[in-house]
Write a protein that binds this ligand. Structure first.
Ligand code: PEP
Length: 254
């Protein structure tokens, strides 16, 4: 059975004071949650500080983006080796905000995915359609295109060391969650697409759902066959709310 992973994406939020309080709450509550993996993805500058706060905790650290480059004249970029050295285990790649606001293309995301894996980081590959795309009946085509860019560059075995997050853009930060059935349908589509290439990889890969997950809706989402946890934005900024989501993951596997 695939393990549930609940990963918080703090986005551009937090200060040393707020992170200290948030992490203290999460670490204390996470102690009893042994059947669920938990991670927090902090802004770059707070990664070392967060890593320090997470010492001896089971909560993993992640970044929210990574350069496709290893080193060189790329002002403002941060490489996968730097993230690794800072204590990161995970890195989000291809978040819809990177794609929509910063012009990241499918192949850019694929190269970031490759750079992360090359250093032994676990990429959390975000896929998802906009509202217009869903209404035009293009959900599967969009998700397939985004996934195929990574498969073309890295091959299906690369998914053995990666996590996928299906995040419909229309559900992110909007309070509008996909129904468990809507999410399950896309998760099953992703898994079937992988299974056509490699059944072992398809059976093993964790596919998280992201988009307005809260303590009140996590359990019904995580109960779906192909939903293996969540990528959590807004609700990950509140320790109690985040822990309620983690607890829903734990209950699923008890
Ligand atoms: C996200 O940004 O990855 C996300 C899922 O955000 P929210 O939970 O706030 O919708």
């Amino acid at each position: 059975m695939r393990r549930i992973l609940v990963a918080g994406n703090w986005k551009l939020n937090g200060s040393k004071a707020s992170i200290q309080k948030l992490v203290a709450g999460i670490v204390a509550g996470a102690e009893n949650l042994t059947d669920v993996s938990i991670a927090v993805c902090a802004p770059y500058v707070y990664l070392p500080f967060t890593a320090e706060l997470l010492t001896k905790s089971v909560v993993g650290l992640g970044a929210q983006d990574v350069s496709e480059q290893d080193s060189g004249a790329y002002t403002g970029e941060v490489s996968a080796s730097m993230l690794l050295e800072t204590g990161c285990k995970y890195v989000i790649v291809g978040h819809s905000e990177r794609r929509a606001l910063f012009g990241e293309k499918d192949m850019d995301t694929a190269r970031k995915f490759a750079a992360a894996r090359k250093q032994g980081l676990i990429p959390i590959l975000c896929l998802g359609e906009s509202l217009a795309e869903r209404e035009a009946g293009m959900t599967e085509a969009v998700v397939a295109r985004q996934l195929d860019a990574v498969l073309e560059l890295e091959g299906v075995p690369a998914l053995n060391d990666a996590v996928i997050a299906y995040e419909p853009v229309w559900a992110i930060g909007t309070g509008k969650t996909a129904t468990p059935e809507q999410a399950q349908a896309v998760h099953a589509f992703i898994r079937q697409r992988l299974a056509a290439l490699d059944v072992g990889v398809a059976a093993k890969v964790q596919i998280l759902y992201g988009g307005s997950v809260k303590g009140s809706n996590a359990a019904e989402l995580f109960a779906m066959q192909d939903i293996d946890g969540g990528l959590i934005g807004g609700a990950s900024l509140d320790a109690q709310e985040f822990l309620t989501i983690c607890q829903a993951g734990q209950n699923q596997r008890d």
